[in-house]
Ligand binder design. Structure first.
Ligand code: PMT
Length: 410
């Protein structure tokens, strides 16, 4: 697991309850630690029947808290105030898996074990991931308890449907670690620099239909656009992700609008930017599309086939026209995928498309640009400023772009 800037130095209390899903909490504690968070685990008595505290201690590198009456569980504080010590200065209390019993205690304000008493003492956000079997999650008592927590400002993670430990199929599964971490990032980012700002990000390569089964497209995977969207969520933005990248997994915290052609992407972009703070166009939009779309599958006939193409609309030019009339979006960031004369070609696009920033993407090497996890760019601004970023992760480039957008909006 790579480090995550947002998690560096964050203190997360992970409350673990008795459920077979405890094995996923072990993975969560491990990945959060690898990502840079300090994870203090509190296990209920029932949780310890599934997994020993030593397991969490090994993956978090920290003591594990199990009993509010034992001195070794007090984190150096007098044992009777261990819960205060744990809660103090924590950035997040996450309870995963949260059983029906612990949910009832939280909703009722009970304080009969270290986890429930810490929940009462903690002033930080509370993120709860319920997991239970046999339809318990649909019981009115559980629903009422979840409603009570939601009303009090707790953040809830919807359990997933699928095969349960009992063999039954239904709701109540604890989501996978990547989804849980997505929710943690969303909650930790809420008060970030872009809080209150609507950010529109495009990702992926557009698909221009030829016939019912074929299309023209490009090698864009959507990785760079999704990394920017994630950085936006980390900064607290309300992110609209307009994606032509069908295959990419969901991004927790973003509203994803699926599009295919340049035309459909343009319609979505123009509608979304009307009240947005910033647009970041990382998508690789096809410049041309087939002049007509065959209703039937095109048959093999001659040795060669000529397809007449016509120009697609330029989305950034349409945004420029709309922005001149309405003032929105306030900031526009474009990309330019260039295989030669990187800065020269890119600065032409910065001017023509009326951009605030242009990310010139060097696609001359196989470790940058399309489909890989790393990238190499030069960021140009309207004042002639030029910032070169050597080979790094697309996540790091996303974070840099979001930082620049934050600076422009400030
Ligand atoms: O998705 P990945 O696999 O992670 O790859 C990332 C990427 C290489 C696709 C990305 O980093 C990138 O460089 N995106 C822009 C690719 C591109 O289409 O460049 P361009 O020079 O053709 O277009 C310039 C700008 O105009 C882009 O912001 C583009 O979105 C926009 N455009 C292009 C054509 C068009 N009809 N309308 C547009 O708005």
């Amino acid at each position: 697991m790579a480090e995550i800037a947002l998690l560096q130095g964050k203190r997360i209390i992970l409350g673990v309850c008795g459920s077979i899903a405890v094995y996923k909490a072990v993975d969560l504690a491990s990945k959060l630690t690898q990502a840079g968070a300090q994870v203090d685990v509190i296990m209920t008595e029932a949780a310890q029947r599934f997994v020993r505290p030593l397991t969490f201690q090994a993956v978090s590198g920290r003591p594990v808290y199990t009993d509010m009456w034992r001195a070794e569980n007090s984190g150096g504080l007098p044992s009777h105030i261990a819960h205060i010590g744990l809660a103090e200065g924590a950035d997040l209390l996450m309870i995963a898996p949260a059983t029906a019993n612990t949910l009832a205690k939280l909703a009722g304000g009970f304080a009969d074990d270290l986890l429930s008493v810490t929940a009462l003492a903690a002033g930080c956000p509370l993120l709860v991931a319920p997991a239970m079997d046999g339809g318990m999650v649909e019981h009115p008592a559980v629903i009422d308890n979840l409603d009570a927590l939601r009303r009090r400002g707790a953040h809830l993670i919807e359990p997933e449907s699928g095969r349960l430990a009992s063999g039954l199929t239904g709701g109540g599964r604890l989501p996978e670690t990547s989804t849980l971490i997505g929710h943690i990032r969303r909650v930790l980012g809420l008060d970030g620099e872009l809080s209150g700002h609507k950010l529109v990000v495009t990702a992926g390569g557009t698909r221009e239909a030829l016939d019912p089964v074929r299309y023209l497209s490009n090698r864009s995977s959507g990785k760079q656009g999704f990394a920017i969207a994630q950085a936006g969520i980390d900064a607290g933005a309300d992110v609209i992700l307009i994606s032509a990248a069908e295959a990419r997994p969901p991004l927790v915290g973003a509203t994803r609008l699926a599009v295919d052609s340049a035309q459909s992407m343009m319609e979505a972009v123009l509608a979304q930017v009307a009240d947005s703070s910033a647009l970041i166009m990382a998508a690789a939009v096809a410049d041309y599309r087939p002049r007509s779309v065959s209703e039937q599958k095109i048959k093999k006939a001659d040795d060669s086939l000529t397809l007449p193409l016509e120009r697609n609309p330029d989305i950034l030019m349409a945004v420029k026209a709309q922005r001149e009339k309405t003032g929105y979006p306030m900031i526009v960031v474009g990309f330019a995928a260039e295989s030669e004369n990187l800065v020269e070609n890119a600065s032409g696009k910065l001017q023509d498309k009326g951009l605030d920033l242009l990310v010139a993407n060097d696609i001359s090497a196989s470790d940058a640009g399309f489909a890989v996890d790393t990238n190499r760019v030069v960021v140009l601004d309207m004042d002639g400023g030029l910032h070169k970023i050597e080979l790094t992760s697309k996540a790091a480039i996303g974070a840099y772009i979001i930082e620049r957008v934050g600076g422009l909006l400030a």
